[in-house]
Design a binder for this molecule. Sequence first.
Ligand SMILES: [Zn+2]
Ligand SMILES: [Zn+2]
Length: 139
Amino acid sequence: MTGMIEGGCLCGATSFEIENDFAFLLFCHCEQCRKLSGSAMAANLFSTTRTLRWVRGEAHVTKFRHPDRQFSRAFCNQCGSALPFEGASGRFVIVPAGALEGAPQVTKRAEVFTCERANWELGQAPAETFEGFPTYFDT
Ligand SMILES: [Zn+2]
Ligand SMILES: [Zn+2]
């Protein structure tokens, strides 16, 4: 038994803990994950210990399951942050990596569905870097 790791949403309405022992971390570039995350990819940890415990705000957790396909998502109904959920197969609890406080224990990491990478994604299209906002942000 390793320790527990905590996580939660941005607004603080929800928090959870789960055993800090993940089977793998997938960075998924597929079109569906881009839609669900609103970003270039989803970063999801897969837990086979499935020891998820809601510490606070479980009533704020809203779940979405695609009616025909294996796409699910859970989010805070106050701030929209991505939250953990039980996968449709029942084999995994899926934890959005950005929801965690601290460092998850995971050795297998993979990028998947790279053939569906967006053409605007970093690495595909060049981008300038800044430590804060660029000057043109101030309007
Ligand atoms: Zn929230
Ligand atoms: Zn995906």
